[in-house]
Structures are given as structure tokens and as C-alpha cells.
Design a protein around this ligand. Sequence first.
Ligand SMILES: [Cu+2]
Length: 333
Amino acid sequence: MTSPRLMVFRAFACGSLAVLSSCGGARTYEQSYSRDRDNWSFRDRYPAADRLFNAFDYGHAILSETLVRHPTDAARRLEGPVYRQLTCGVLRHPPRVPLEERAVGPMYGTAFPEAVATFEWAHMLHRQIYDVIATEAFSTDERDDRVAAALRYYRTRPDLALSAAPKSMSLMEGQPYSLAFRHTAPKFNGLIWSYHWLQMALYDALLGAPDPPTRQEVVARDVERFMRMTTEAGKYAPTVMPMSAAVAPVFTERYPEAAAIFDNLHSLHDVVSDILASPRVPSGEKRAAILTALARYRDATAFTTTREEWLSMSRDMGGVDTTSVGASSADCR
Ligand SMILES: [Cu+2]
């Protein structure tokens, strides 16, 4: 049953927009991953890391849902009980299978189905590329062909595919709502950046290791580094947005288009959180602002920057301190 509150919210969101797609039923439809012989090879070989990705999906969904459902109280909830639930519960015992984002965030999913579909489609590309790279038998040429095929498949959905053109910083940081989320919920923002760090770091871990046992070791090392970022109130979490060229230089060099798409994905996550968190975007205008942001990130000509600028921007952002220390669960007692 739809709660009265949800109905009010939905009527409100639908009454105020120019594009009526979700109000009479969304125009986006779901599409599965491309069937390949390497499907699920990352999950088979690196189950601990794969399960963390499921936990990340949950974390993104609960974040958006909290911002939508509790607009006046979101920061307190996110920095307190939700952060604790994620770092002490979900990330320590991550789900075995990917979650239905609309089940975790029903209000968010109802109001912004295009955002949910865009993120799901990009996450599918992430997973397909992990599968390709995790299949050790591939020679480099074959691997390059398969990554190119995954990108072609991704682009068969121009309504969902993010641009491979590097975007200028002004798209993320120069809008009226920019930085609202990281200012209201800095600890939670650091947690999201830790997710994005691990997602990129694993590509270089896999690409740099010469044989399967070493791959297991470096993947485990990065998972441990990630877990450390979730301890001591996020003290070790990234303090700048992790960008591909800094976190995964080998991957970025070899697969620049995929790297730019993932940077766009991760910065779009931040932008959607900013729009939802910002009091400067009234609730009746949030949907229009999110649809505009989605369109800009799909568009290969809007807010672009040069490859050189993008690379130097990424390097300025820097990596993170990844000195390895065992993760402690002290904060969860
Ligand atoms: Cu993300």
C-alpha cells in the first residue's frame, strides 16, 4: 500500500516538472548485463570484494532514501545511526547478492527512477569490466577487445549511458547546490568516497598482479585498506574525491574511456546527493535538477574538459594514504 506521505510527495514531484516520464510510469526499462563467458568470474574468484559491492549498492540507496524521506533530519541520521548500521553491520556482513535498489529506497526510487536506472546501468558496466579483467587467461589483446565490447554494450542505452568525455570541475563544484552533501554529512561523504576508492583501486590491483595468487593477495590488501577507512569515525577515509587517474593510473592509461565514465558516475553520485541535501533546491524542484544533472552527464559536449586537464586535475586530487593497518572493530562495540 502506498503511504499517504509517499503519495503527497509523488504528486508534489510530478506536479512540478517539465518532463513527465515517471509520473505516468517511467519510460526507462530494465536491461540485463551482456551474456559472456566470463560472467561472474570476479564473484567466483573474489567473493569478499564482490559482496562489498552489494553493500555499496545498499549504502547508496539508503543514503538517497534518507535524504528524500527525512529532509530536515537527514544529516543527524546519516552521521549517526545509518553510518553505524553500515560500518558495523552491512559492510562487515555484506549481502551475497545485489539488492533491488527500489526496495531499499522506495521513496527515492519512486521519485527519481531515471537516477536509479542510470546508476544501475553504470554499475553493470563496472561489474562486467571486473569480470573481464578477473579472467586471468586473457591475453592483453583479448582483454582489450572485451573491455571495448563491454563499453559498446553500455552505449546501447543512450538514455542511460554516461558520457566518456571528462567533465569539468564546475559541473560538480560550481552549481548552486554544490558541496551541500559533504558539508552536511562529512563523515558519510567520506564513506561514499571510500566506496569509490575501492571500486577503482581494485582495477589496478588486478591489472598489476602477475599471477592468480598475487591477485588474491592484492585484492585482499585493498579490501583490508577499505575496511580500515570505515573505522575510527572515518579518520582514514579519502579527504578528496578519488579520481581514476590518481587511484587507478594503470587502468586509466589503458582504458581511458571507461575511467572517464566511472569518474563521471562517481561525481554524479555526489551531485545527486548535493541536490537532495541542498536547501537551495526546494523539494518541488529537486526532480527537475536531478534530470538536468543526468542529462549533462550523458551529454558528450556539456561541461567538458580536455584529457590533459582531467589527468592533471586527478593528480592534484591525489591518492589516499593507504598505509596498511589491520581494521579494528573497536567503534562497533
Ligand atoms: Cu557511487
